[in-house]
Design a protein around this ligand. Structure first.
Ligand code: NAD
Length: 313
């Protein structure tokens, strides 16, 4: 049986690469991309869809006989601090719309991403455990922590098959990031190639958990493909690959671009970064559904520079 997939927020940093990979695996016609903005390129069916409009979601679900939903629409950490009301509305009510459709059995399975932002300044910073103190201090983090509770609640109370990962900062070269605190780790590559200089909005030694997009997309599809009984955590799984500081990634880039210069001018984003973990313990994801990452700092840097060089030339 072929399941039909709906990706909501398919034009974003993750959604665009996730949609491409899902189309390779399941066939272009079985993966419906949707967003409130137009796609850069059309590689299969696309619908304009506002995730806050539940009736419109139902129409699309019916039209394509959708079984699985990947809910990628959200307002990210930095933007959310500027628009707290609409961030809360989008981040929480989008999830409640989808979970309630799953509760009514109109959807079979849901993926919804949480974030390391769900942790807070009283969380142990190194190798942050799966279960620990979570006191997020940003509206984005509070919305993710709330979302985790709703996912678990809908699973426990109504048997909804919802699966989730706490993504670390994600690094990609094909689609620009959407206003998060870890965006520096993408911008740095563009600036290194364009001008040979990057002014970083975080301090040199701010260590944060990060992951290459290819690994993040694989993790997302793997957790959705895992047999139901293997998914033992229904709030959200810790997920980890690499942790590095701005100065460490700059050193890695210098191996290929020796003239590259980085300077540091921390701004308000430093406070957000300081409230997040430095590294993550993701043993449960590895044990329960077999997660493992492929890219480390060296192989990721090599791959990003190679692809950006091709893209820009
Ligand atoms: P993004 O901002 O790049 O993309 C979000 C997409 O959602 C955009 O294309 C936007 O147009 C769309 N969207 C916004 N409002 C919408 C609405 N009302 N209806 C339909 N679509 C709407 O975000 P991303 O980086 O791709 O993140 C995807 C998910 O992953 C989010 O839940 C985010 O919190 C989470 N996440 C991302 C990162 C990261 O580093 N990128 C890290 C942790 C968690």
């Amino acid at each position: 049986m072929t399941y039909k997939i709906l990706v909501i927020g398919a034009c974003g940093q993750i959604g665009s690469e996730l949609t491409q990979k899902l189309r390779i695996i399941y066939g272009a016609d079985n993966v419906i991309a949707s967003d409130i903005k137009a796609p850069k390129e059309v590689s299969g069916p696309f619908e304009y869809l506002d995730v806050l409009d539940k009736e419109q979601i139902e129409v699309v679900i019916k039209k394509y006989d959708i079984s699985d939903v990947y809910l990628m629409a959200a307002m990210l950490s930095v933007t959310a601090e500027n628009f707290p009301d609409s961030a809360w509305d989008l981040n929480v009510n989008s999830l409640l719309n989808i979970l309630s459709l799953a509760k009514q059995k109109k959807i079979r399975k849901v993926f919804w991403p949480s974030s390391i932002a769900a942790f807070g300044k009283n969380t142990p910073k190194e190798l942050t455990p799966q279960y620990t103190v979570m006191e997020p201090s940003t509206v984005y983090g509070i919305s993710k922590q709330t979302g985790e509770r709703w996912c678990e609640y809908f699973h426990e109370r109504y048997g909804v098959d919802v699966r989730s990962i706490r993504y670390p900062g994600l690094i990609s070269w094909s689609t620009p990031p959407g206003g998060g605190t870890t965006d520096y780790a993408v911008d740095i590559f563009y600036k290194a190639l364009e001008s040979g200089h990057y002014e970083c909005f975080l301090s040199a030694d701010t260590k944060m958990p990060m992951m290459y997009m290819e690994d993040a997309v694989d993790a997302t599809i793997n957790i959705m493909e895992a047999p139901k009984e293997k998914i033992k955590i229904r709030s959200s799984y810790n997920l980890s690959a690499i942790s590095f500081t701005p100065s460490e990634i700059a050193n890695e880039i210098r191996k290929y671009l020796p003239e590259f210069v980085i300077s540091y001018l921390p701004d308000f984003r430093q406070k957000i970064a300081d409230s997040w973990p430095s590294s993550i313990d993701d043993d449960r994801a590895r044990e329960d559904w077999g997660w493992s990452h492929k890219f480390n700092l060296e192989s990721m840097t090599r791959d990003v520079l190679k692809n950006l060089d091709k893209k820009c030339s």
